[in-house]
Structures are given as C-alpha cells and as structure tokens.
Ligand binder design. Structure first.
Ligand SMILES: Nc1nc2c(ncn2[C@@H]2O[C@H](COP(=O)(O)OP(=O)(O)OP(=O)(O)O)[C@@H](O)[C@H]2O)c(=O)[nH]1
Ligand SMILES: [Mg+2]
Ligand SMILES: [Zn+2]
Length: 357
C-alpha cells in the first residue's frame, strides 16, 4: 500500500485508527473525489478507483466528496462497505422533500466563502453562508472575488464593511483573472488539506480554482454577461492542486437553506450574542424592552439594524427547519414501532403455528 498517496489525500493516524475499528479484514481505505452516476471515483493507496454501493443502500447513506470509505475488492469495481465518521459536514436542506438533508461535502478543513465584489456582493447572503459554515465544523475564510472589476474605492469600502460583519473570520480579496491576492490564500492550501469553494453561481469559484492550479481544471463561464450566474459547474469534484492541496469545486448555491446549528448563528453574530448578555432581562428579545443593550448599540450606531434583522430571519428559518425535522423524526419513530409490533405479531403467529396451535 502506498501510504504517501493516501497522506497526500489527507489520511492521518486518526483516520487509520478509525478505519481499523470499522473495517473487516481485506478492506482498504479510499477518499471520494467525485460521484459519477452510480459510481464513486475514489483515491486509494493503489491509485484512483471506481467504487459501487451494495444494492439497497438508502439515500441518506450516500457518500459525498471528501468522505473516507471502507472499500472491499470486488472485480472491476470496489464495493463501498462503510463511510468513516465525518469530521466536518456541509449539508443543506434538499430540494423537494423538506426534511431531507443533502450532504454537499464531507471532511473539509476550510471553506472558501466566495463572493464577487461587483454586483453579486451581499452582506446578508454572506451572513447566511457563514452561519452554515460555522455549523459544518470546517473553518470559514471569506474570499471576495473579482477585485479587478469595481473601482478601488468601492473595493476598499466593501472590504471594510465585510470586516465589520465578520470580525472573527479571515478575509482575502482576489482576482482570478489577474491573479492578484491569490498568494494570500497559501496558508490554507497545504499538502493534504481540503478546501471547498462555496458561493453563488458566477462568483468566480472555478476561475479561482484554475488560477490556483495554473491549468484549466474546471470549465468557467465564457463571458460574464449580465453578472448573473449560469451554473457552469454542474457537479461537485475534488481537484488536486500541484502543491498538494485538495479543492472542491461545486455548482453555485442559489438558496442555501439553513439546516442546523444554533451555534453557527452565535458565531456569525458573535457581537449580538455578547451584547445580549448585557440586556437587563435574560430573555430579552431586543424589541424595545427597557435596558436592551442590543437596541442601545443600534442607537449609538455600533450595530447595523439590518444585521439584527437578518439574525432574526435566519433564526426563524432555523426554528422552522427544526420543527419540521422533529415532526419527521416523530413520524419515523411511530413507523418504527408499528413495524416492530407487526414483526412481533408475525413472529408470535409463526411460533404458534410451529407449536401446532
Ligand atoms: N474580471 C473578472 N472576472 C472574473 C473573475 N473571476 C471570475 N470571473 C468571470 O466571472 C464569470 C463566472 O466565473 P466562474 O468561475 O465560471 O464562476 P463559478 O463561481 O464557477 O460559477 P458556477 O460554476 O456557475 O457556480 C466568468 O465569465 C469569469 O471569467 C475575476 O476575478 N475577475
Ligand atoms: Mg464553476
Ligand atoms: Zn435586548
């Protein structure tokens, strides 16, 4: 087994220990690079391999890019036996079935939250992405793209606004076209580290990836016509950069519905949380109660009202998603009991027949 090849894809002693507790003899590890229809392309110690799920696997158990798998040799394709527990998980509410979670990426170390400095720029969207990022367990980095497009004064103003909206988060401005600012991303692009590019369609994710790689790994939109995204990238794939980092490029995310993580809200809006502890009432809703430190900060001009409003909106959305999830969980539990009772009745009947009753 070529362990160097595994290490190049992020394998370490902790993954090895985890693998040893789960894997049956004869199995080997692999990391998902991308899904190709019903096959998963995985990096393994013996090179890239196409792998299959055993039939009957449910949707919720599908591997995502970045997942480490337990694989079993089986003819031309290897069989996927298990997904190792994820260190970080980026997911969203799937379209359609409201309570289904769609796993976008697993085991990312860093998320580059990409947002263009021109027409695409929206602090409210950034706050939403940050909330999801913090709940994922990966470290967010804000990457403002297309720095070559707006006039320098506008770039400087938007940079300052962003720094206020995300005080705890590393912030870079880049141009994937001129290459300006890209060197500042180096601290995250280390060998074996995994970074996902997240952002709206047209934000310049694939352009950035190609600039980092020095070659066209992922197609980009030919012309930036109206500044609207056009979903040029159509699937998620983990790409290997020449200097050893792994970068996930994915289709632009239009609506990133919040899925879980009150903690994500608290980190995204850390100063509101800190202010709230100074409110006179512990259960202050910051809606005009006396002694409200949050409203006082808004009155002083220290806190943007739009930020408080966005936090409220995201919190409502989260509460709604959680109610739905618990309803679905309750339904699943009822279902399980019904099945159990039915199975028990069937078993009793069977035994009765055996006893000749
Ligand atoms: N001027 C300028 N244009 C850029 C820059 N980055 C991207 N673009 C242009 O913006 C358009 C969209 O870029 P893409 O890299 O395809 O965007 P994407 O985020 O990958 O979009 P999806 O794949 O649809 O999610 C293309 O026409 C790029 O040439 C930049 O830094 N400067
Ligand atoms: Mg793209
Ligand atoms: Zn208050």
């Amino acid at each position: 087994m070529n362990l160097d090849l595994l290490a190049a894809h992020g394998w370490d002693s902790a993954w090895a220990a985890c693998f040893d507790t789960v894997a049956a003899p004869g199995c080997f590890p692999g990391r998902v690079l991308e899904q190709q229809r019903a096959l998963w392309l995985c990096a393994t110690a013996g090179g890239d391999r196409r792998c299959l799920l055993p039939s009957g696997t449910r949707d919720a158990g599908l591997p995502a890019p970045g997942d480490w798998l337990v694989l079993e040799p089986s003819g031309e394709h290897s069989l996927i036996r298990a997904i190792l527990p994820r260190r970080s998980l980026l997911s969203r509410q799937a379209a359609g079935e409201a309570t289904d979670q769609q796993v976008l990426a697993a085991n990312m170390d860093t998320l580059f939250l990409c947002m263009a400095l021109d027409r695409d720029f929206s602090l409210r969207r950034l706050e939403r992405f940050l909330t999801v990022a913090w709940s994922s367990g990966a470290e967010p980095v804000i990457v403002l793209t297309k720095a070559d497009l707006p006039p320098p004064e506008l770039v400087a103003a938007r940079l300052a606004e962003t720094a206020i909206a995300a005080p705890e988060v590393a912030l870079c401005t880049v141009s994937g076209v001129t290459g300006d600012g890209i060197a500042a991303l180096a601290p995250w692009l280390l060998p074996g580290r995994t970074i996902a590019l997240i952002g709206a369609s047209g934000a310049g994710k694939s352009t950035l990836l190609n600039a980092l790689a020095g070659v066209a790994l992922s197609p980009t939109a030919a012309l930036d016509g109206d500044g609207k995204g056009r979903h040029t990238t159509t699937w998620r794939a983990l790409h290997r950069l020449p200097d050893g980092a792994l970068v996930l490029d994915s289709p632009g995310i239009r609506a990133l519905k919040l899925w879980d993580g009150e903690s994500g809200l608290d980190r995204t809006f850390a100063e509101i949380r800190a202010l709230a502890q100074l409110c006179r009432f512990r259960n202050c809703r910051h809606e005009g109660e006396p002694g409200c430190a949050v409203q006082a900060a808004i009155a002083r001009g220290d806190l943007a009202e739009a930020r408080l409003e966005n936090r409220r909106k995201l919190a409502r959305e989260l509460a709604f998603a959680e109610r739905k999830q618990s309803k679905a969980a309750a339904a699943e539990e009822r279902h399980r009991w019904k099945r159990l009772h039915r199975d028990n009745r069937a078993r009793d009947a069977h035994r009765a027949r055996q006893r000749g009753e």
